[in-house]
Design a protein around this ligand. Structure first.
Ligand SMILES: Nc1ncnc2c1ncn2[C@@H]1O[C@H](COP(=O)(O)OP(=O)(O)OP(=O)(O)O)[C@@H](O)[C@H]1O
Length: 280
């Protein structure tokens, strides 16, 4: 159920284009004159030390942050899927989002009392409301069942979100993020808090998603193990600036990551195009 571009508009070639974008918060320049272009179809991982600005970059993509006016009066430009004038609700329908901040939002207030089924349904209109009720079509119900099944939460459909374990909750949000078959998938540290098995299962699900859907993945992660083989491009962020933007093979070198994190890092390459890193 991809949401088509408006009639007569050619499909966008760029998912996210930032032109001299600065973001200030509380007297801190958290993103500093960033230029970046993530084309549609190029799965991209964003890596960097704590506080480097990774989540802030994603917030520009989902319109939680806007460019600030800089000291000299200039304001950068953000274009998403070829447009800079998205109404937020329409934009969010183009995306599947899994992040801890979304999870916290769901758990605060009444959303936590929603059933797993309703949380998944809410993905259709990218809200935190189970607004559909009788408006759910059989095709939508089928898509929701399929999404729940594909991440193994079908048996939890009637459970309230707030009663689930971290792994079950994360899987529910993954199902919600995919139910409307969005063209863009935004994952912000999707495996944080997951145990070894749940993390492995998540990676398998992510690989399946990349094969099943025609989507572009943007992944923020601290773990090189999560930068799955189909992700060919890496952006390294450091103190609100882009330290590197290029191929995964060039990005993930021991020298580069040692400089980025300020520790002696060793990158290990494994069969099938997987990576990991160790320190020392
Ligand atoms: N709303 C805000 N108000 C004030 N400072 C903020 C705000 N949002 C982010 N920051 C600051 O901006 C910097 C970048 O934060 P961000 O969450 O983007 O980093 P990150 O790279 O995702 O970090 P982590 O890896 O720890 O999740 C941090 O110093 C953070 O404290």
């Amino acid at each position: 159920m991809n949401h088509p571009t408006p009639a007569g508009t050619p499909p966008a070639s760029s998912l996210l284009k930032l032109d001299q974008v600065t973001v200030w918060r509380e007297n801190t320049r958290i993103l500093d004159r960033i230029d970046l272009d993530i084309p549609v179809g190029r799965h991209t991982a964003i890596l960097g030390p704590n506080g480097a600005g990774k989540t802030s970059l994603l917030k520009l993509l989902v319109r939680q942050f806007y460019p600030s006016i800089d000291d000299d009066g200039t304001q950068g430009r953000v274009s998403i899927l070829g447009r800079s004038d998205w109404p937020v609700d329409q934009l969010r329908c183009q995306m599947g989002i899994v992040s801890q901040s979304l999870e916290h939002e769901f758990l605060s207030g009444r959303s936590g009392r929603m059933s797993v089924r309703d949380v998944i349904y809410s993905g259709f209109n990218a809200t935190m409301l189970s607004a559909f009720g009788p408006n759910m079509t059989p095709a939508m119900k089928e898509a929701a069942d399929h999404a729940a099944h594909s991440v193994g939460v079908d048996h939890l459909a009637d459970r309230r979100l707030e009663t689930l374990s971290t792994g079950e909750r994360r899987r529910t949000l993954i199902a919600r993020s995919l139910v409307h078959r969005p063209p863009v998938l935004v994952l912000d540290e999707p495996t944080s808090g997951l145990d070894l098995a749940a993390r492995h299962q998540f990676l398998q699900t992510m690989l399946q998603m990349l094969q099943m859907h025609d989507l572009t993945l943007v992944l923020v992660t601290h773990a090189l193990e999560e930068i799955a083989p189909p992700i060919g491009h890496v952006v390294l962020l450091d103190s609100g600036r882009i330290a590197f933007d290029g191929s995964k093979a060039d990005a993930l070198s021991s020298d580069r990551l040692s400089r980025l994190y300020g520790v002696p890092a060793t990158v290990h390459q494994h069969a099938g195009g997987w990576y990991s890193a160790s320190v020392g």
